[in-house]
Design a protein around this ligand. Structure first.
Ligand code: PLP
Length: 373
């Protein structure tokens, strides 16, 4: 099966092997006579699927025993409300705004608590990471929120901030939607991590939350029961019907990731993929990525084409951009159009994109540049 390479930012490419296995099991899972979508979430068949998915993810990400893994719904945007409802106590929360997603998180949290911007890289168009020593953290904050990979702006923390070294005792909350399972997680620095599945784990509809146990008892009284982390944890993510099929698909992805060698091997592969693409962009006269080199995302690579005067072609409808996208599509390279808020192009090179996919993109980009020079 030779499918085109799909660079969508999300919902995004899935490994061929996973889709093929899901197709083979569609009408009947493991001799049960039932497809996974048709199973009770409380039956023993789905129970096995759930247990394996949770255990595989715990092993893959080396999640410590004092963290609960919750399989929720609502996506990253719902968590922007659910986290403050559970952790803020209605007090002050610090946000480090490094792009569109952390900005949205701060805006939504302001409905439930005092959302304080400890830093904001708006001035440089969200192309950098402010050094943690410059963050204006509040005296007493309920937690500190960062987006550890900004999907739209292409800014990634090379390592998670260590709040303790800043004299801050508040827990760190990370939105790791778009780079979860692309590299190991240093859980010693994290209180809570959340992410939608549709970037790097599986289908839309599943939201992963990893929360340290001591943070489970702080919810505001108005927090909806189905979104109360303690209620969800106490019920093994089955307080209400979880997104069963999405959990099954994510579980297949977890097994696939283990077969690929786990997080250390996956990270090495992602580093090589990102280097190939950034090297191509940096060596070119046609393409540019504006993010500072110390915080370029390994997963989401936004780039612009330039005109002869060196101006960025922001407008997606510019003839050269249209020609680029049409040529890419003809070459079997799909969904490279940038996010509408920033324009240009974006290649999302999540785990399911192999090195050969990035190589194919680079080959196309070089040929396109040669043709249009
Ligand atoms: C995609 C994304 C979200 C939003 O997820 P939804 O599932 O659409 O709510 C939030 N944060 C980040 C970093 C994302 O990439």
């Amino acid at each position: 099966m030779n499918r085109p390479y799909n660079f969508s930012a999300g919902p995004a490419a899935m490994p061929d092997e996973v889709l093929a296995q899901a197709a083979a099991e569609m009408l009947g899972w493991h001799g049960s006579g039932m497809g996974v979508m048709e199973m009770s979430h409380r039956g023993k068949e789905f129970g096995q699927i759930y247990q394996e998915a949770e255990a595989d993810l715990r092993e893959l990400l080396a999640v410590p025993a004092n963290f609960k893994l919750l399989f929720m719904q609502g996506g990253g945007l719902a968590e922007n409300a659910i986290v403050p409802l559970n952790l803020s106590r209605g007090e002050t929360v610090d946000f480090v705004v490094t792009g569109s997603w952390s900005q949205k998180s701060a805006q939504e949290a302001a409905r439930y608590c005092t959302a304080h911007e400890a830093a904001n890289t708006r001035a440089d168009g969200h192309t950098s990471l402010p050094d943690p020593s410059t963050w204006q953290l509040s005296e007493r904050s309920a937690y500190v929120h960062v987006c550890s990979n900004e999907t739209i702006n292409g800014v990634e923390y090379p390592e998670l901030p260590d709040l303790k070294t800043l004299g801050c005792v508040a827990p760190l909350v990370i939105d790791f939607s778009s780079h979860v399972a692309s590299r190991p997680v240093d859980w010693s620095r994290v209180g809570l991590a959340f992410g939608g599945a549709q970037k790097n784990l599986g289908p839309a509809g599943l939201t992963l939350v990893a929360v340290r146990e001591d943070l489970l008892e702080r919810a505001l009284p108005i927090c909806p029961s189905a979104f109360n982390y303690k209620t969800v944890a106490d019920n093994g993510s089955m307080y209400n019907t979880p997104p069963t099929y999405a959990i099954y698909m994510a579980g297949l992805v977890f097994k696939w990731l283990k077969q690929q060698g786990g997080m250390v091997a996956i990270e090495a592969r992602n580093i090589a993929k990102a280097k190939l693409l950034y090297d191509c962009i940096d060596a070119s006269k046609l393409y540019v990525n504006r993010v500072q080199k110390n915080c370029r995302s390994r997963m989401n690579v936004p780039f612009y084409l330039k005109d002869a005067q060196g101006h960025l072609l922001l407008d997606a409808e510019h003839p050269l951009n249209s020609a680029f996208l049409a040529g890419a599509k003809a070459a079997g390279l799909l969904q490279l159009k940038g996010h509408k808020s920033v324009g240009g192009m974006r290649a999302s090179i999540y785990n399911a994109i192999p090195l050969e996919g990035v190589q194919a993109l680079v080959t196309f980009m070089q040929a396109f540049e040669a043709r249009h020079a």
